[in-house]
Structures are given as structure tokens and as C-alpha cells.
Design a protein around this ligand. Structure first.
Ligand SMILES: NC(=O)c1ccc[n+]([C@@H]2O[C@H](COP(=O)([O-])OP(=O)(O)OC[C@H]3O[C@@H](n4cnc5c(N)ncnc54)[C@H](OP(=O)(O)O)[C@@H]3O)[C@@H](O)[C@H]2O)c1
Length: 176
């Protein structure tokens, strides 16, 4: 089971061109609201993240992940000592990554990062997507989705509208 949990602008971007996500992090959340992130983290076994996302979140004052993070990269050589108990490197295709982690008993994976999610979608390895739409147009940036060789259909499981205008939809892959 491979899941996506991500926030996106109306025009489909997850960050500005330079990686900035202040337009997202600066939105005040309703009191005590985490948009279901903690509950989601509690039902996954590990995080699979692209290097682009890792390079951003490793500098955050807070480490958001309560599960081990596997960083996909062909370039990074090592994880700094202070993060070694929280993150490891992998350089495998999406299919090989899933196989490798499933063999370790990690079967519920949180796939994060635009290019990484696109790579998993190209191999039809995404089973559910929880996408929170932010009411902003950025006009450009790092896209969540990209080209596909064939359509991938999902069903809508649930949609939640928050008082601050965010809209979260849970989609589940339909496999015939
Ligand atoms: N809005 C949100 O909720 C949200 C969530 C997550 C991230 N973001 C933002 O999205 C931006 C990053 O997204 P992104 O699309 O640039 O990239 P990304 O998916 O985070 O990272 C892409 C990189 O991951 C590596 N990679 C991916 N698949 C691989 C594979 N199978 N094997 C080896 N390496 C692989 C490659 O790095 P190498 O070049 O090292 O090979 C690739 O360049 C950041 O600004 C982040 O803050 C936003």
C-alpha cells in the first residue's frame, strides 16, 4: 500500500520554482488542526522521499516524521550523523524500492516529493492519494503531477473542507 499525503496550489504546484513553501506553511491552521497528518503517519510504516524534499525538510527546526525516512537519490553519498537514526539513503527504481522495503516488513509507504510521486505513478504504484488543495494560484513552480503513458483512475473516498478554505480529498486507486 503506497500513499501520497500532500498539499497543492489550485494550479497544481507543491512549491515555488526555488523550492519555497512559505505560501503553504504560513496559512494559520484552525486550533488543534493538523489536517489528519498525525493519524496518517500512525498508519504508515515508512516514508519514501525524493532528495528535493529531503533537502528542504532536513533544515526545518522540527522533524515531522515519526517513521523512518528513506531518501531516494542518485547523488547524495551520506546522511549527516545527527539524522542517521531517522533517515537512510536508497538509489533504486520505484518498483525496486517497494520490493526492498516490503521485504523488510515495511508495507505501508508514504511517498513524498513531486518527481518521486510522478515516478511511482508512472509505474502505477500509488494506491491512495490524500491531496489538500490550497486556495492560491502560484502561476508556476514545482508540479505535483506530470506526463503519464496511460490514464490512472481513482475513486473519491472523502472530502473535508476546513474553515480556512483548505479542501482535502482522499482518492483511492481503482484497479480492475
Ligand atoms: N506541498 C507539499 O505538501 C510538499 C510536499 C513535499 C515536498 N514539497 C516540496 O517539493 C519540492 C521537491 O519536489 P521535487 O519534485 O523537486 O522532488 P523530489 O521528488 O522531492 O526529489 C527529486 C529527486 O529525488 C531523487 N529521486 C527520485 N526518484 C528517484 C529514484 N527512483 N532513484 C534515485 N533517485 C530518485 C532524485 O535525486 P538525485 O538528483 O539525487 O538523483 C530527484 O532529483 C521541495 O521544494 C519540497 O519542499 C512540497
Amino acid at each position: 500500500m503506497n500513499s501520497v499525503f500532500i498539499a497543492v496550489s489550485i494550479d497544481g504546484y507543491i512549491a515555488r520554482e526555488d523550492g519555497d513553501i512559505e505560501w503553504l506553511t504560513s496559512i494559520p491552521a484552525p486550533p488543534g488542526e493538523d489536517y489528519g497528518f498525525k493519524e496518517f503517519m500512525n498508519r504508515i510504516d515508512a516514508v519514501v522521499m525524493g532528495r528535493g524534499t529531503y533537502e528542504v525538510i532536513k533544515n526545518f527546526p522540527e522533524w515531522y516524521y515519526s517513521r523512518h525516512v528513506y531518501v531516494l537519490s542518485s547523488k547524495l553519498k551520506e546522511i549527516p550523523d545527527k539524522l542517521k537514526d531517522k533517515a537512510s539513503l536508497l538509489s533504486l527504481s520505484p518498483g525496486e524500492t517497494v520490493k526492498h522495503l516490503n521485504e523488510k516488513g515495511l508495507t505501508r509507504l508514504y511517498i513524498d516529493g513531486g518527481k518521486t510521486i510522478q515516478g511511482f505513478l508512472k509505474e502505477d504504484l500509488i494506491d491512495e492519494m490524500i491531496i489538500t488543495r490550497i486556495p492560491i494560484l502560484l502561476g508556476g513552480g514545482i508540479p505535483l503531477f506530470g506526463k503519464l503513458e496511460k490514464d490512472i483512475t481513482f475513486e473519491q473516498v472523502e472530502t473535508t473542507t476546513y474553515p480556512n478554505g483548505l479542501v482535502k480529498t482522499h482518492y483511492r486507486r481503482i484497479r480492475k
